[in-house]
Design a protein around this ligand. Structure first.
Ligand SMILES: CC(C)(COP(=O)(O)OP(=O)(O)OC[C@H]1O[C@@H](n2cnc3c(N)ncnc32)[C@H](O)[C@@H]1OP(=O)(O)O)[C@@H](O)C(=O)NCCC(=O)NCCS
Length: 214
């Protein structure tokens, strides 16, 4: 895995951004492009499959998450699936790109836990060359805004394997509160791992945002 042929190339060959098409305001038809200070979030495209395969299938990225697709074809099918789920209004998946570049270096996923997105769960994965650079935080803040303002979520859950130091640290620093421990809830490589259950509730997110603004 560590020596995958195109892993190191992708990190060094980011493709410049091209103009995004004008999009509908209805996220079920097309996800709105969201621009932050470091990253741009946009709809996944079929041609993201090679870079996502390179970024998300390394051992360090996939160690504590559900197994990603194992081939570029598999990612193409995954991307197709995300569009169907988005059109059905049950799920969204944003590609993470660096500001000014077009290459997908990670994803943020949100799925409804009840019809209508009242409660939802999110997950995220970013290529390890881009860890610890503020990419996660910038992307996560925009996803939270989208989740609470556009999807209308009032409670956003996340699960992180207790052993996943960065995953837990990332959730805590974005304002998630650990509510419980799900013992032996996640099967990984034949072993059941404990997971921490986190949530961000809309009221807390709004209060924290007010504090940041003033
Ligand atoms: C989760 C992920 C998106 C976070 O992005 P990131 O760039 O690594 O996150 P950040 O560096 O901004 O934040 C991680 C925080 O955890 C802290 N941390 C806590 N325990 C840690 C540990 N054992 N090792 C490293 N960092 C740890 C870091 O110090 C950092 O906090 P700081 O910025 O205040 O110093 C990325 O690590 C990733 O894609 N991991 C693989 C997939 C995954 O595990 N997804 C999450 C499932 S819940």
């Amino acid at each position: 895995m560590e020596n995958m042929p195109y892993r190191s190339n992708v990190a060094g060959q980011l493709i410049p951004a091209r103009p995004e098409p004008v999009v509908s305001s209805d996220w079920r038809q097309h996800l709105p492009v969201i621009r932050g200070s470091r990253v741009t979030l946009r709809e996944l495209r079929q041609d993201d499959a090679p870079s996502l395969f390179a970024m998300l299938t390394t051992e360090e990225v996939s160690r504590f998450i559900s197994p990603p697709p194992t081939s570029v074809d598999g990612f193409e099918r995954f991307i197709e699936w995300t569009k169907h789920q988005r059109a059905a209004g049950t799920y969204v998946c944003y590609a993470v790109t660096l500001k000014g570049f077009d290459t997908a270096i990670g994803i943020f996923q949100v799925r409804e836990l009840e019809p209508g997105f009242g409660t939802a769960e999110w997950g995220f994965a970013i290529g390890s060359p881009f860890w610890g650079m503020g990419v996660f935080q910038d992307g996560a803040e925009m996803v939270l805004e989208f989740v609470f303002e556009t999807l209308g979520v009032h409670r956003l859950e996340a699960r992180a394997a207790v052993k996943n130091g960065r995953g837990n640290g990332a959730l805590l620093k974005i304002g998630a509160v650990q509510e419980g421990l799900l013992r032996k809830s996640f099967l990984k490589n034949g072993q059941y791992l404990d997971q921490a259950l986190y949530a961000i509730v809309e009221d807390d997110w709004r209060a924290a945002r007010e504090t940041r603004v003033h």
